[in-house]
Design a protein around this ligand. Sequence first.
Ligand SMILES: Cc1cc2nc3c(=O)[nH]c(=O)nc-3n(C[C@H](O)[C@H](O)[C@H](O)COP(=O)(O)OP(=O)(O)OC[C@H]3O[C@@H](n4cnc5c(N)ncnc54)[C@H](O)[C@@H]3O)c2cc1C
Length: 406
Amino acid sequence: MIGDPGGASTGPDDTAASLVILGAGYAGLTVAHEVNRRAKGTIPIVLVDRHPVHVLRTELYEIGRLAAAGGNVARWTVPLGRIFDRTSVTTREGTVTRIDLAARRVELDHGTVPFRSLAICLGSVAAYYGVPGAKELTQQVYRLSGAQRLAAEILRVERASRELPGERRPRIVVVGGGSTGTELAAEIATTDWAALAGAGARPPDVVLLTGALPFLAGLPPRLVAHAREVLRRAGVAVVHGYNVTRVDPGRVTLEDGTALACDLAVWCAGLEAPDVVRELPVPHGRSGRIRVDPTLMVPGHPGVAGVGDVIEFVDPETGMMVPGTAQAALAEAKTAAANLIAQWRGEPMSAFHYRERGVVVALGLGKAAGSVRQLTIWGSPAALLKRAVQRDYARAAERGDTPSLL
Ligand SMILES: Cc1cc2nc3c(=O)[nH]c(=O)nc-3n(C[C@H](O)[C@H](O)[C@H](O)COP(=O)(O)OP(=O)(O)OC[C@H]3O[C@@H](n4cnc5c(N)ncnc54)[C@H](O)[C@@H]3O)c2cc1C
């Protein structure tokens, strides 16, 4: 056990007697469930999110399904009201505009929420690295609204493809060779767009730009080789080695000067902390993430935790940078919840340690590739495992149970 439990009633606003959780994503939802269950309702919890739903963000690469859903996004969301029905968690819809750590209150677009303890779980946003045109002219799947827009844009491009001259097919460029870019490129290339956009729609020509980083960096070489082969068979052209330097209407330019004409560009090149987090007067790591202490607390601010994509954390035991994944967010949330309760009660806190269970990358057409406990799996079994993990998580999120697979 380590860590300074801090004062139970720190801060000027002693009337504020709640644990406030900012963000109802994978991290925030799990902190809420864990504190609610472990403290048995003795700690009042206020969960703030700009949306009244929990978004199943790990499933937003399913762009063909989103296009077919025609605006019905129930499959990718769980209503917060349904999740916290009959619990001591109060949900509040609002956009966080400022976090005042000194005054221990959070400003929303409508009103202010004081806190006794705080969990900052606001996730991450697309990082454009100052590339001209990238923010304005590309699509993204990091948010549900973005994924819906991308699905609608692909349908538009596909409908128009009937009128293209000669044999030309619409070209969709996906920027970023990590898991998100790979899953999305595979999904776009293997979706039957003619079935969705109408007869005569031509299959898109998909190009995956991996940039200067290796393709699927950090994943086992066998998995990477398999994924590369599946993409090749699906007709995805993978271009390595050069970062994108600018985006213009209908064109993406690489640092070697190559200009690629395209009908649509999708940005999957990286994430950073949201502005409201970057502005905090706390230690920051890469891309504005909060550098938390070993107990996942924000240094110098007792009772304030950071969890999920919003933090940078190097596990001191392994020296490993904990990845920005839902899997890591859930593991962190369990330790952060225990530590928030401990701090609330004036008890010692525990250090966080991370052990990855595995990773599975979807590759379209009911296929995937993954690495689970040193074993490499592929094809339909890998896809079935991924689907089982996703469904297990969605069910557990709704019921307040601990997912057994993620
Ligand atoms: C397409 C895709 C596929 C992925 N696949 C996997 C996978 O297979 N496995 C895996 O482990 N990870 C995967 N990830 C990564 C995973 O989704 C993230 O790491 C995870 O969502 C992080 O959880 P979080 O709670 O930190 O952030 P989020 O889940 O993004 O939650 C943040 C919450 O904060 C809210 N919020 C943000 N800003 C504000 C504000 N100013 N005011 C109010 N509310 C706000 C948001 O509405 C959201 O509910 C994938 C990501 C993507 C995009």
